[in-house]
Ligand binder design. Structure first.
Ligand SMILES: [Mg+2]
Length: 315
């Protein structure tokens, strides 16, 4: 546990140091200047703050407000220290943002348990934060294939479209629909169908060439591949690679005239024109245009791609 003690009085700091000298679990830093303490806190590796209320340069109540503004979504537990205070002043210090208050001279019998009590809060807060992060990942993940789900795709595509607009670069989208998948399920059973989707998800992941590419399962046997900073020619090349990936995947089946699982790919490309962005509308249009192109590919017998440009973008 890393504790930062801030007090303008060196004797008081040394008293704290004496209290904690035998505590191997507590790593103590001393500071007699609030401005330097704020710099140390900004670095972010402090678990608990011991803060003197009365300091000439910046008092503890003022400093805690700056700390709270700095800390973002984490909470730095703070114990105020002062001489004897009346109830009103004690209340004021806690309202200002302190979590506890110790009376000087600080004694180790109360300081150490108080620090460990704060440490329990720090741990609980970290666990909560980690759980929240895990949930956020899960909420965006397709549980069958492990790639993005519909929700994740929407978030990433919106972000990619905003960037495309800002940097005035084209953005493309591939809608990849597995051909005759219902027939595959009917012939091989749904568990085999799920396995095929998992293999397809993994193969498409390996197909990605850039960190910024966005791959997700749109639902059923439909996959989406968002390609930031990619024009139609570039997107067509990726679509060809996707078709080749299905060939290499070699999921043998009598349900497809090709003898293996194939896909139809619809390619849409959005070209920013500098007009109003309307991210949601653009995303929908990219999707609709790709969907139409994909149905044209289906109409041509599948195992092929068709491309279109979002016309409204040029308006
Ligand atoms: Mg003081």
């Amino acid at each position: 546990m890393r504790v930062l003690a801030v007090d303008d009085n060196r004797d008081d700091l040394e008293q704290i140091q004496r209290c904690l000298i035998e505590e191997n679990d507590i790593d103590l830093m001393l500071c007699d200047r609030p401005d330097q303490a704020l710099t140390a806190i900004t670095k972010g590796d402090i678990d608990c703050l011991l803060l003197d209320i009365y300091m000439p340069a910046m008092d503890g109540l003022e400093m805690i407000q700056q700390v709270r503004a700095l800390q973002g979504d984490s909470w730095l537990p703070t114990i105020f220290m002062s001489g004897v205070l009346d109830a009103k002043a004690r209340g004021r210090s806690l309202r200002a943002g302190g979590d506890a208050l110790l009376t000087k001279p600080i004694e180790r019998e109360i300081l150490i348990p108080q620090l460990f009590a704060m440490n329990r809060l720090v741990h609980a807060q970290r666990e909560l934060k980690a759980a929240k992060e895990r949930l956020e990942i899960l909420a965006r993940e397709d549980c069958l294939t492990g790639i993005l789900n519909r929700r994740g795709i929407d978030q990433e595509l919106n972000q990619a479209i905003s960037l495309s607009w800002r940097f005035n670069t084209p953005m493309s989208l591939l809608l990849i629909d597995v051909d005759r998948f219902r027939a595959y399920n009917d012939l091989h059973g749904h568990p085999a169908g799920d396995q095929a989707l998992q293999k397809i998800g993994a193969a498409l992941s390996n197909c990605l060439q850039r960190q910024s590419d966005v791959l997700g399962r749109f639902g059923g046997e439909e996959f989406i591949l968002g390609l930031p900073a990619t024009d139609q020619a570039g997107a067509n090349a990726v679509a060809d690679r996707v078709l080749h990936t299905f060939e290499q995947l070699d999921l043998r089946t009598a349900s497809n005239p090709q003898g293996h699982v194939t896909a139809s790919v619809g390619v849409s490309t959005l070209i920013p024109t500098g007009g109003s962005m309307q991210v949601q509308g653009r995303a929908l249009e990219l999707m609709q245009v790709a969907d139409q192109a994909m149905y044209e590919a289906k109409g041509a017998g599948g195992n092929t791609r068709r491309s279109a440009t979002c016309s409204e973008m040029n308006a």
